[in-house]
Design a protein around this ligand. Structure first.
Ligand code: NAD
Length: 497
């Protein structure tokens, strides 16, 4: 099996409890995929202390030596690319992600490190001279010690999007990886530690969210929390961080709509939709979960979507031809099946899929068919709740106003898509949808140069791009007197002579 140790102050170690936890292989649960150290509250504290000390002593001149940070990030990108095959296999094994998706996933993580390497030496501030000659200097400083709590669905890129900009900014870090994917996270951390990064800058503590994660959130020694995960967990973390006025970024759930107008090019729109619907078995925060289709194109569009869906090959992630692998866990499989039963009970039209796959190599994994329900009421649970699996709801609309209304009628606002041959209309709709990203004529494109983040209950803050760097920066004003006067005019408010 794969293994995940603790990494504290540059040293790999065991949990103080002496305990380990196991992660099964979701494609074949007879196998143990990963064994990880089960970190404790004391282990979390030790990691936080190491990160705090590295920051407070400016270990290796980390805070000011942007060249060292740039080199660390560039070297990490090189190491990721050099180890791409191994990393992809680890991700595929832990997540159940088909190799065809795991390989580009690794490349995307390397892209993130390269992008932020280029920004590490470009943290210019601002300067302003007042009429008196006094000067305001606004300097950018790292936010400090960052606690990162990550999910399992895209473990390398989710971690890279936090770690790379935080390192570029000069922060120090404690990561609590998702318990389904500790080894993928560790493999990335291990590569970063092969660079000349100073000891204590990057620490890793696998273990339960309510133990290790909770300590990171509660600790006064942690300046910022960067969390990606479920909206429910994010709300609790945000509330707790708020009590300490701790900086917090939240990347949470989604319920993405894809709006298809009558004039859409059927084949291109259907391909874009299906890619977003079933990538990583729908276990994606930005997954296309609601197809909002104009009445006149409904039959033609849905027919093409169903054709493409029925060709999806569900099977072992390691098989090169596999398009969709298993779900992450028994619990996730149960949740997905409950939603399917709910859809059937509600009388929504089950167009394709709807079953757990059995026989032919599927028996020992959490395999569920790609599933589409038609004529779904957007106000029902299928239209409102994040399923995090391969289940999609189709709803028709009459006109542009109704499309926008339906797209926005959820608590989430992470991403959305629009397809119309009428560009001004597509643009109007893109502007009206309340989501962090809206794609026109594409789906699930997430270049590092752009941003990723949510409106409404999909989160706070933005990852990727310049904005992703700003999330790890504090702005400080340094004011310097330019008058040379001992008795400056405002002092007269307090001093008479
Ligand atoms: P989760 O909320 O169950 O877990 C996320 C992390 O939080 C894990 O590391 C977990 O151990 C930890 N955690 C759980 N309870 C905690 C607590 N009380 N205190 C501290 N830490 C705690 O989410 P998940 O199942 O790992 O991930 C799936 C979810 O993540 C989905 O809702 C998905 O939409 C969301 N997600 C969002 C984005 C985004 O960018 N917006 C990206 C990927 C995933």
């Amino acid at each position: 099996p794969l293994y995940c140790p603790l990494v504290v102050d540059g040293v790999e170690g065991k949990a103080s409890s002496g305990r380990r936890f196991k992660r099964e292989n979701p494609a074949d649960i007879r196998q143990v995929g990963t064994v990880a150290e089960e970190g404790t509250q004391a282990d979390a504290r030790a990691a936080i202390d190491a990160a705090r000390a590295a920051f407070d002593t400016n270990a290796g001149n980390w805070i000011y030596n942007y060249k060292l940070r740039e080199q660390t990030l560039l070297r990490t990108a090189q190491l990721i690319r050099a180890n791409a095959d191994r990393l992809a296999r680890v991700v595929s094994l832990e997540v159940g992600m088909p190799m065809r998706q795991a390989v580009p996933h690794v490349g995307a993580a390397a892209d993130v490190f390269e992008f932020y390497a280029g920004l590490a030496g470009k943290l210019y501030g601002e300067s302003f001279t007042l009429p008196s000659g006094s000067m305001i200097n606004l300097v950018k400083e790292p936010v400090g010690v960052v606690g990162m709590i990550t999910p399992w669905n895209f473990p390398l890129t989710q971690t890279a999007r936090k770690v790379a900009p935080a390192l570029a900014a000069g922060c120090t870090i404690v990561i609590k990886p998702a318990s389904y994917t500790p080894a993928a996270t560790y493999e990335l951390v291990k590569l970063i530690l092969e660079t000349s990064i100073p000891r204590g800058v990057l620490n890793l503590v696998p273990g339960p969210g309510n133990v290790v994660g909770a300590e990171i959130i509660a600790s006064k020694k942690v300046d910022k929390i960067s969390f990606t995960g479920e909206t429910g967990t994010g709300k609790r973390i945000g509330a707790q961080a708020g009590m300490e006025v701790k900086r917090v970024s939240l990347e949470l759930g989604g319920k993405a709509p894809y709006v298809i107008f009558d004039d859409a090019e059927v084949d291109a729109a259907a391909r874009a939709a299906v890619f977003g619907m079933f990538r990583n078995a729908g276990q994606a925060c930005g997954a296309t979960t609601r197809l909002l289709v104009q009445e006149g194109i409904h039959d033609r569009f849905l027919q093409r979507v169903v054709q493409l869906t029925q060709k999806i090959e569900v099977g072992p992630p390691s098989r090169p031809s596999t398009d969709m692998g298993p779900l992450i866990s028994q619990n996730q499989e149960r949740v997905v099946q409950e939603f399917i039963r709910y859809g059937v009970d509600k009388g929504f039209h089950l167009v394709t899929g709807g079953h757990k796959l059995e026989g032919d190599g599927w028996d020992h994994g959490y395999y569920v068919e790609p599933t589409i329900f038609d004529h779904v009421d957007n106000a029902s649970r299928l239209g409102q709740e994040e399923i995090f699996g391969p289940v999609v709801a189709v709803t028709t609309f009459r006109d542009e106003a109704e499309a926008v209304e339906l797209a926005n009628a959820v608590d989430f606002g992470l991403v959305a898509g629009v397809w119309s041959a009428d560009y001004p209309r597509a643009l109007r709709v893109a502007r009206r949808i309340r989501a962090g990203t809206v794609w026109i004529w594409d789906n699930y494109a997430q270049p590092v140069e752009g941003i990723w983040g949510g409106y409404k209950q999909s989160g706070m803050g933005r990852e990727l791009g310049y904005h992703g760097l700003n999330d790890f920066i504090e702005i400080k004003q340094i004011f310097t007197d330019g008058t040379g006067l001992a008795m400056k005019p405002p002092y007269g408010q307090v001093i008479k002579e």
